[in-house]
Design a protein around this ligand. Structure first.
Ligand code: WQD
Length: 341
């Protein structure tokens, strides 16, 4: 079966292409290379000994997209990752986010509804819940007003897909609401490639440990949590990748009750920032330089997944531990440092 992966050279996309090729799916990747490089294609080939068909294409380019689908009528499913994903950047440049994350999604769907049967997995985020009133967070938790244009594009993206599934009975979709993806493939062939100063915690930790950053700033230790720092659900990127394959197989085998389903994808375990720092020091044997600074605007106190629906209905459960993900992230950082020499 041929599967299209948009944004397939990105962090989660590339790990999902590996998971798909490991299950002998034929993969076609579309990526505009705005936040990735062809070296990732090499990494995927080195891991799986298969090179996915690759098209450098921007989903905002309507005519190229139409042309692509005219030549690829035999696609059985789509996993849609291609989007901008930096919360802070989205506040400064909302129109880039509404065009790249929503206009492009609309153009993609306009092509899909013209095919016979189509199945799409949408990359969403736990950001849609904002500061959830109940923990762990289940899929029935209310979607709150987004605090960033990025988060809003995930909420509106789900609504666009849900409305389209309701209007076209040949389209089925699952939206996966990720918690915090971390780590890298254990071969060090692919991993997280943050551009510039990392916004996210784990790449900042590994860059501090390798000496690229002076010290980690912990954004606030005065939250109402056991050690005062924020709590998140950190999930190994390979577990997240495998969840995409399971979700795609669910809709392609039309096991779904309805045309549009939502699943939270996390480990169900909440870890504070200081617990992640400690776990990293244990996993790497390195002492981490860090200091406590003021809170970061927009941070929620705590977010971790209720995994019952993913476990029971999707039949998927995260297998890898926080320590394993941090060890893989550290090994990846060291391999990148060697490559830079
Ligand atoms: C985690 C915790 C920070 C950096 C974001 C997006 C989300 C998803 C994952 C795309 C927070 C603290 C961080 C640092 C710190 N992205 N921190 N010092 O904000 O939970 O989620 O990335 O899908 O949509 O919102 O992840 O890694 O930025 O922060 O203390 O240098 O680490 O305050 O408590 P976040 P994060």
């Amino acid at each position: 079966m041929k599967i299209l992966v948009t944004g397939g050279l990105g962090f989660i996309g590339s790990h999902t292409v590996v998971a798909l090729q490991n299950k002998d799916y034929e993969v076609v990747v579309i990526d505009n290379l705005s936040n990735s490089s062809l070296k990732v294609l090499e990494g995927i080939t080195n891991i799986t000994s298969k090179t996915p068909e690759f098209h450098k294409l921007d989903l905002r380019d309507k005519s190229s997209l139409l042309d692509f689908f005219a030549k690829h009528q035999d696609i059985s499913g789509i996993i849609h990752f291609a989007a901008s994903k930096a919360v802070g950047e989205s506040v400064e440049n909302p129109l880039l986010y509404y065009e790249n994350n929503l206009a492009a999604l609309t153009y993609l769907l306009q092509n899909l509804v013209n095919l016979t049967e189509q199945n799409i997995i949408f990359s969403s985020s736990c950001t849609v819940y904002g500061e959830a009133s109940e923990l762990p967070i289940s899929e029935s938790a209310p979607v709150k007003k987004a605090i960033s244009p990025y988060g809003n594009t995930k909420q509106v993206g789900e609504e666009i897909i849900s409305d389209t599934c309701a209007a076209y009975d040949n389209l089925k979709a699952i939206s996966l609401r990720y918690f915090n993806p971390i780590g890298s493939h254990p071969t060090n062939e692919i991993g997280e490639l943050p551009i510039g100063t990392p916004q996210n915690l784990v790449p900042f930790i590994t860059q501090t440990a390798i000496g690229k950053r002076k010290e980690l700033s912990v954004f606030g230790d005065d939250y109402p949590t056991q050690d005062g720092t924020c709590i998140r659900d950190y999930i190994h990127v390979m577990d997240l990748a495998e969840a995409h394959v399971v979700a795609l197989e669910r809709i392609m085998s039309s096991k779904t009750e309805e045309n549009f389903e939502v699943f939270n994808v996390g480990t169900g375990i909440g870890s504070s920032v200081l617990e992640v720092v400690k776990a990293f020091e244990n996993a790497s044997g390195e002492n981490l330089n860090y200091k406590i600074v003021g809170r970061r605007p927009g941070d929620v106190i705590a977010a971790y997944a209720d995994t019952k629906k993913a476990n029971m209905t999707l039949g998927w459960k995260a297998k890898r531990s926080l320590e394993e993900a941090l060890k893989d992230a550290w090994e990846w950082e060291k391999s990148q440092a060697k490559a830079r020499v």
